[in-house]
Write a protein that binds this ligand. Structure first.
Ligand SMILES: C[S@@+](CC[C@H](N)C(=O)[O-])C[C@H]1O[C@@H](n2cnc3c(N)ncnc32)[C@H](O)[C@@H]1O
Ligand code: SF4
Length: 346
């Protein structure tokens, strides 16, 4: 571990646990460590994105301090995301440093969501630092289609990354966004492939985040359609399995594997929400589907002690809304939220 990071457990009065106004305990923090990415997925980013000035980003030390403050307040699951978390320079320093909370038992899980492009390089290190499971986003197994969806991505590299992750002993879950007219006829193939390799598959509905130069309505496909289509070939049995996330799972009888559905547009999963998100500039979003946010960078930088920071976090949690109100606006074709998914990390 980098000793300069290890020394960052900051003094202050005893932090309070995070309980929101609807009596939900906040135990899960998702951290976008960068808004940058080596892909430009059509549902996530415009081809020509304006990224944040580097000077606005929290340093790795500040990210560590922020995450540690949340952990001291009862967060026991941390997910690094982005943008692409593995393109943030020095990211392994942060992973190594955060792993001290795994060693102490205060953090139950440290994980990440990645596009897989850098996994061949980092899989062993992730495993060595205590990461057990990762999510890899992959919407198609067709190399040309993959290039069309990601604009810049190379399927071969991602598949090599998944190989490396499994070889390192990481449990991999595949996340696929269902896209009308793009991969709707391929979910079956993805399912057979993922389950054949011992990986769960989760299918996600497109969410209306950020202006992406393409029409959302054209991309949107309700998962009820995906499910109906899969049911023609497979026996889908509802199961109780929960990962603490919004996915509802079924067991696929023929493959023995698990299939998850995340349906923000058609199903409200907010009642049991246990999570908040921070961006790489230290903005706290209490809900993925709402604009309300709190700046944590100013209190973080204002003092060596964590008292100001803890106060700002407590105040923000009192504003955690009951739920989101996503809607794909059929009249105006505008995104429900101007923020891109790469800012808050999904
Ligand atoms: C923003 S990415 C960040 C992490 C990493 N770059 C990756 O792709 O896994 C996290 C997840 O959000 C999903 N995503 C991005 N934009 C989305 C949208 N508009 N609707 C639904 N899912 C989206 C991606 O497919 C990915 O699974
Ligand atoms: S979904 Fe992930 S890989 Fe694709 S552009 Fe967004 S951040 Fe990058």
């Amino acid at each position: 571990m980098d000793p300069s990071l290890a020394a960052l457990d900051h003094p202050g009065t005893q932090p309070r646990p995070l309980i929101d106004p609807f009596a939900r305990a906040i135990t899960y923090l998702r951290v976008s460590v960068t808004d940058r990415c080596d892909f430009r997925c059509v549902y996530c980013m415009a081809e020509h994105m304006t990224f944040l000035p580097k000077a606005d980003l929290l340093s790795l030390e500040e990210l560590d301090r922020l995450c540690s403050a949340f952990i001291a307040k009862g967060v026991n699951k941390l997910r690094l995301t982005g943008g692409e978390p593995l393109v943030r320079r020095g990211i392994m320093t942060l992973v190594a440093s955060l792993s001290r909370h795994l060693a102490s038992g205060t953090l139950k899980e440290l994980t990440l969501t990645t596009n897989g492009s850098q996994l061949a390089r980092y899989a062993d290190e992730l495993k060595a630092h205590g990461v057990k499971r990762i999510n890899v986003s992959l919407d198609t197994l067709d190399a040309e289609k993959f290039r069309a969806i990601t604009r810049w991505g190379d399927l071969g590299k991602v598949l090599a990354g998944i190989d490396a992750a499994q070889a390192a002993g990481l449990k991999v879950k595949i996340n696929a966004v269902a896209l009308r007219g793009v991969n709707e006829d391929e979910i079956e193939r993805l399912l057979t492939w993922a389950h054949g390799r011992g990986m769960d598959l989760t299918v996600i509905e497109v969410m209306p985040l950020g202006d992406i130069e393409e029409a959302r309505l054209d991309q949107y496909m309700p998962l009820s359609m995906v499910r109906a289509r899969l049911s023609e070939r497979f026996t889908l049995e509802d199961i109780d399995y929960r990962t603490g996330g919004p996915a509802r799972y079924v067991r696929v009888k023929e493959t023995g594997g698990r299939l998850g559905f995340i349906t923000p547009m058609t199903h409200n999963f907010c009642e049991s929400c246990n999570r908040v998100r921070i961006t790489c500039t230290g903005t706290l979003y209490m809900c993925l589907g709402q604009e309300d946010a709190a700046d944590l960078r100013a209190p973080l930088r204002a003092s060596e002690s964590n008292d100001l920071l803890n106060g700002a976090i407590d105040e923000a949690i009192t504003r955690k809304p009951k739920g989101h109100d996503f809607v794909i606006d059929r009249r105006h074709r505008a995104p429900a939220l101007a923020r891109h998914m790469s800012v808050t990390g999904g």
